[in-house]
Design a protein around this ligand. Structure first.
Ligand SMILES: Cc1cc2nc3c(=O)[nH]c(=O)nc-3n(C[C@H](O)[C@H](O)[C@H](O)COP(=O)(O)OP(=O)(O)OC[C@H]3O[C@@H](n4cnc5c(N)ncnc54)[C@H](O)[C@@H]3O)c2cc1C
Length: 416
């Protein structure tokens, strides 16, 4: 079914009885050409591009829970291409371009809203670093503007400009950045993949791999063995656990990240505002809720819930930079499991097991990466070669030293 204004009118006039489920609920076949483990944003986008770009449609996405139940439905929906290092710079640029065409490509309203991302700076040194990053973004072909303190005040007058410790000195504005409706992205890719013949199989947990003479033969699941010549892992916070089933010890740790939303308010926040020095960021959803978050909870965990010290830290940082937030009532908080690598950048690569591919280590940045990641991962699985937008996200960079450490914090995942 094609969504269109005409379809909405037709359904409206006929009692909305003709809408179909967005994807089928098939029984797993005994074997597929490709299996993707994980029905989050990355897994679904990969399946979609395998079918659309490479004509590989004998594909199953195996999801242990339900579509949208992982981090793809738990994030704060920020989309941007403002990275500074080779490897990430071209990759996130590629991803943002795909975001800009996503709704047409999927024929699905993902509520992509390029409402800007503003990073605040609080010292001359930080402004120098932002200027350098802005130049990198411009060279990459993306947009960037370095704002003065006065320009930031015009843009977001509600901020606390004279905080004793972090007075606002300026900002980096990325106008093509913004937000999108997170679970609609998962649903849109699921529907697009299903329409092209991909089987999306929910409630099907992968519990092991069948590997013979170093080659993947298929996966053991809670619904029996399913054969495949190629298997792609896209399980985000569970990457280390699933990797371990294939004998892989990966340079990834899992940590909890929490986020918060307030009651709905009239529009007040123009775009996304980040207060990096205080580990705080904020936007406003289309329903009016202030959506905000901060840092990881700092300890390793596979639990999708956090602790009170991180809550207190985020609230304090919010109050110090956006004092008016104190008047809003928090409705909900939640947590998600983050797959943090040793350098804060993702891995999109082959593994030592022939036919087994790895997509993981998304840290804080996996939502904005969804279309780009699916696109380049599908390319790798289909052709055996890395896409030109992702030649540096290699697993062996932690052996060779070619790390992509945006934060320059070294091998301490909870600081990236
Ligand atoms: C609070 C929070 C805020 C965030 N904010 C942002 C943001 O603003 N911008 C941004 O870019 N990123 C953000 N992120 C990060 C982003 O959400 C993740 O990096 C990204 O969603 C991870 O990729 P995914 O969508 O494929 O993961 P998921 O949706 O978690 O998908 C992985 C799937 O694999 C499944 N799975 C796991 N094990 C198995 C198994 N054995 N068998 C079968 N299936 C399995 C899981 O059930 C899950 O559905 C945020 C994350 C959190 C938690």
């Amino acid at each position: 079914m094609q969504f269109s204004a005409w379809e909405i009118i037709k359904q409206g006039l006929t009692g909305n009885k003709g809408w179909k489920p967005h994807w089928r609920d098939p029984e797993p076949k005994s074997a597929y050409d490709v299996i993707i483990i994980g029905g989050g944003g990355h897994g679904l986008a990969t399946a979609f591009y395998l079918a659309k770009e490479h004509g590989i449609t004998n594909v199953a996405v195996l999801e242990k829970g339900y579509i949208g139940g992982g981090n793809v439905g738990r994030n704060t929906t920020i989309v941007r291409a403002n990275y500074g290092l080779p490897g990430n710079s071209e990759f996130y640029s590629h991803s943002l371009k795909l975001w800009e065409g996503m709704e047409q490509e999927l024929n699905y309203n993902t509520m992509m809203s390029q409402r800007h991302v503003l990073n605040l700076c609080h010292s001359d040194g930080q402004r120098d670093a932002f200027t350098r990053r802005a130049n990198t973004m411009l060279i990459q072909g993306d947009d960037a503007e370095v704002l003065s303190r006065r320009q930031v005040r015009d843009y977001a007058p509600f901020l606390n400009f004279d905080n004793e410790r972090f007075p606002i000195r300026g900002g980096l504005l990325h106008r093509r950045g913004g937000t999108a409706r997170h679970d609609a992205v998962a649903w849109g890719y699921a529907r697009g993949a299903d329409m092209r013949g991909v089987d999306i199989i929910q409630n099907c947990e992968v519990t092991g791999f069948r590997i013979e003479q170093g080659r993947i033969k298929g996966v053991e699941t809670t619904r029996g063995f399913i054969g495949a010549g190629k298997v792609g892992m896209a399980v985000a916070g569970r990457t280390t656990q699933v990797g371990q089933m294939a004998g892989l010890r990966l340079p990834i740790e899992s940590h909890v990240l929490q986020a918060f939303v307030t009651e709905g308010l009239k529009p007040i926040i123009p775009g996304v505002v980040t207060f990096g020095m205080g580990h705080f960021y904020l936007s406003q959803s289309d329903k009016g809720g202030l959506v905000f978050g901060g840092d990881l909870d700092f300890y390793n965990s596979y639990a999708a819930r956090g602790n009170l010290p991180a809550v207190e830290h985020v609230m304090q940082a919010g109050m110090s930079m956006v004092p008016m937030i104190g008047k809003a009532r928090v409705l909900r908080s939640w947590g998600g499991i983050m797959d943090m690598t040793m350098d804060g950048s993702p891995i999109i690569d082959r593994t030592p097991v022939e036919g087994l591919f790895l997509n993981g280590g998304w840290c804080y940045g996996g939502f904005k990466a969804v279309p780009g990641s699916g696109h380049v991962f599908a390319h790798l699985i289909a052709t055996g070669n890395h896409h030109k937008a992702s030649t540096k996200h290699l697993l062996n960079r932690f052996e060779t030293g070619h790390v992509i450490d945006e934060e320059t914090t070294g091998a301490q995942p909870n600081l990236h």
